[in-house]
Ligand binder design. Structure first.
Ligand code: FAD
Length: 468
């Protein structure tokens, strides 16, 4: 076996997909019997959609979330039968996104997305085991030995995608650096026939029905999030109490409500002190706890998985030295710190009536500049700047090609050289494109590793980047 993934949520399944794209044998163990039944995460960024596009199932994800495709705005109501009190954020303009990406935002409920990831991972050869508990592990110079449902599994590497309470992180003694939980809530998933405006989410302010309503299909499936104020605990959320809250919030005292589940959750902003301990890597909520404001949590985790997958594949295939794996933390941890801070600023502004300045979503999604040994001459990082101009360490610029593809469609699963036509053939797959003078060497994850205007032998550059 090559890679063992503990946890088969959004990030564990994504890890299996991205490793599968590189032909890495992967086993995922997930304690639940099935993919998530909770439609928790719903908002997926254009960057995440680019990764799904690369894996060939972005259209399927859009189709699965089609019911929500025209929803917009965050709206405040006293109760949902009354006119809105105000719109906190209006979101209709995709134009700035489509200038930098071939993809746009997508709303797709987590319980619809996970089966798509599962099918893709299995198609690529991953062994996904549900109803299987990851119990413990040891590691040595050559690999990891894990105990899974009482049986021993040996792997070259272990990726901990076991969520916010990661037992693997705990076992490694890795601390979370950041704030203690600032808010506790419960998410009440329910079914009821409701004919409401197509908002992204709605706040209800009535004291007996205060919460946030999220549509899942705009018709029958909804989640109502309620803060645990005062002495309320999750145990207080009996069926009767949940139904009463929903009826008050909707302004429909006789609404026929079918409760599906009640799940507590906490708002925390913290990042793991380390992302790697030997042959074990943390990804997703195991590595960072990002407040849900802005919908960045799962997106950041899925992008962690994409960053890590090609590096593991290159090291396992002997195409890179093991030091390449150190660049995972060097690149992804600063992204988590920046994103956590941005999400917390939104949270304070929207939830705590404590306005704080925050960067526009586009800058959070694409204002990432990796600085590591897997990028040549990155220069000082300029976080939150939208410098998608081919600067090393940033995502390759998007431009449409004459055949209708994007420049992004030319990259992965290996390195690619995008050049202006003046470059001789070399060891790397190359494409002539119209992205300005010279050439840029693009990594398998779509980030620019190096660029030059002078024709250059890229072999020594690759050797350096890959610590061969
Ligand atoms: C209300 C709310 C709304 C959100 N909305 C969004 C959104 O719109 N967009 C977004 O990007 N993010 C959103 N998030 C954040 C997002 O839900 C999380 O970041 C994401 O689900 C984390 O995925 P994960 O796979 O890392 O962890 P998890 O989803 O927690 O998955 C971990 C998995 O590991 C399994 N596991 C744990 N321990 C073991 C073990 N010992 N053995 C076997 N299996 C184990 C668990 O059963 C679980 O399935 C939201 C969060 C909340 C609370």
């Amino acid at each position: 076996m090559n890679v063992l993934v503990a946890g088969g949520g959004l990030v564990g399944l994504s890890t299996a997909v991205f490793l599968g794209q590189h032909g890495v044998r992967t086993t995922v163990v997930e304690r639940h019997a099935t993919t998530s039944i909770h439609p928790k995460a719903r908002g997926f960024t254009p960057r995440t959609m680019e990764l799904f596009r690369g894996a060939g199932f972005a259209d399927e994800v859009r189709e699965a979330g089609a019911a929500l495709k025209d929803n917009h705005d965050l709206v405040v109501y006293e109760t949902l039968d009354k006119p809105p009190l105000r719109r906190i954020m209006e979101t209709t303009d995709n134009e700035p996104i489509l200038r930098v990406s071939p993809d746009s935002h997508c709303a797709c409920p987590q319980d619809a997305l996970e089966p798509i990831l599962l099918a893709a991972a299995r198609e690529l050869g991953a062994d996904i085991r549900f109803g299987t508990e990851f119990q413990s592990f040891t590691q040595d110079h050559d690999g990891v030995t894990a105990i899974v449902d009482g049986a021993t599994i040996r792997a070259d590497y272990l990726v901990a995608c076991d969520g916010s309470r990661s037992s693997i992180r705990e076992r490694l003694g890795i601390d979370m650096v950041g704030d203690a939980p600032t808010m506790s809530s419960v998410g009440i998933s329910f079914e009821a026939e409701l004919d409401l405006d197509h908002f992204i989410l709605a706040w209800t302010t009535h004291p007996d029905g205060a919460g946030i309503l999220l549509p899942i299909d705009n018709r029958r499936r909804w989640v109502f999030h309620v803060e645990l104020t005062g002495s309320r605990t999750p145990a207080d959320f009996t069926d009767e109490y949940c139904t009463r809250l929903i009826r008050v919030a909707t302004g429909q005292p006789d609404l026929d409500v079918k409760l599906v589940s009640v799940a507590p959750w906490e708002t925390t902003s913290a990042v793991a002190a380390k992302y790697r301990a030997g042959r074990v890597f943390l990804a997703g909520d195991a590595a960072h706890l990002i407040p849900p404001a802005g919908a960045f949590g799962a997106n950041t985790g899925i992008q962690d998985a994409h960053n890590l997958a090609w590096k593991l594949a290159y090291v396992l295939n002997g195409m890179a030295g093991p030091a390449l794996l150190d660049t995972y933390e060097a690149e992804r941890r600063p992204v988590a710190e920046m994103t956590t801070d941005q999400a917390m600023r939104r949270w304070q502004t929207w939830m705590n009536h404590n306005p704080m300045p925050f960067a526009e979503d586009l800058a959070v999604m694409y204002g990432t500049q990796y600085v590591s040994s897997a990028v040549d001459h990155p220069g000082p990082a300029r976080p939150l700047e939208l410098n998608l101009d081919g600067t090393p360490g940033t995502r390759v610029p998007h431009a449409w090609l004459p055949d209708g593809r994007s420049t992004l469609d030319l990259v992965g699963p290996d390195f690619a050289l995008l050049h202006d036509g003046t470059w001789p053939a070399g060891p790397v797959r190359s494409h002539q494109v119209d992205l300005g003078p010279g050439a840029m060497l693009v990594r398998p994850d779509g980030y620019v590793a190096w660029r030059s205007t002078e024709p250059t032998d890229v072999d020594p550059i690759m050797a350096k980047l890959l610590t061969r």
